[in-house]
Ligand binder design. Sequence first.
Ligand code: NAD
Length: 318
Amino acid sequence: MSTFLITGTAGFIGSHLAERLLAQGHVVVGLDNFDAFYDPAVKRANIGRALQNMNFTLVEGDIRDGDLVAQVLRDSRVNTVIHLAARAGVRPSIEEPLLYEDVNVRGTLAVLQAMRETGVSRMLFASSSSVYGNRERVPFAETDSVDHPVSPYAATKKAGELLAYTFSHLYGMNIWCLRFFTVYGPRQRPEMAIAKFLRAARNGSTVTVFGDGSMQRDFTYINDIIDGVTRALDHIDGYEIVNIGGAHAYPLTRLLDLIEEVTGVTLERLHEPVPAGDVKQTVADTRRAKDLFGYEPKWSLKDGIQAQWEWMEKSDEG
Ligand SMILES: NC(=O)c1ccc[n+]([C@@H]2O[C@H](COP(=O)([O-])OP(=O)(O)OC[C@H]3O[C@@H](n4cnc5c(N)ncnc54)[C@H](O)[C@@H]3O)[C@@H](O)[C@H]2O)c1
């Protein structure tokens, strides 16, 4: 049994991870400031099930408050930090780059510094496929150059990886950076594509298709992400960067076709130019994750969309 601190525990990924670790018999302390990036009530609902577990404690606070993070680490005798708290999303980071830098870079530094002060030496850091920028060659491997991020969000995630490396080097911390590829499933952030398209199918509204719809994404179902994270937790040693993806690319048009198949609704598609900061494609090379901790994505996109749709219908979310 271990004690984990999950930052960003009330978010989409953090709430699923808390439930999985609790189900495995671990103790989980969750830290979240319920920021207004999307409705905090959604986050309260996300974390409802974890809160019923006696092994879960919720601390409401900000990762940039280093004293608070250190106090939590010390008081709860945390073994490992899973650092998910961030301002997510590519497009809003173009509007508010200073805020993204503050939360994602300074916040990550505050967490690392608190770990150093309290002697906590193991961390998983949520990085992102966006660090690869506009690469032509796919799939994206961890050895590829990531020197050309095309949004402030991507740059902050790259900065987080660099700071993690520095702390690992200076203080012998064991830190793995997991690059998640477009995660979806129940509780997905409301501004993400699949959540928006399913909402449009339910409400009979128009969907916006960027460009000609050929933009491709590697979508990863939440259960595969959580499998990857929990497997990685058993192996953290030294510093590593590891892709966690679905390992298949789907053009936007194919995604919309699948959404129509699952929902039985024909979507009216409105074409708009591709927004600045969006990359043309993402595809994960997941061989390193397989070699290091036996990760293999299992969910097909269609099954995952079906599960998200059923959750939405049942929970009245979105
Ligand atoms: N969802 C994806 O497709 C995806 C892909 C790549 C990387 N990631 C990364 O995974 C992590 C989780 O993403 P998510 O989709 O669950 O996002 P999310 O927005 O649902 O969750 C993030 C949580 O962090 C909290 N938070 C934000 N700022 C905070 C602060 N200063 N102090 C404390 N808590 C704070 C938010 O309230 C929220 O509950 C993020 O780091 C994100 O960048 C997500």
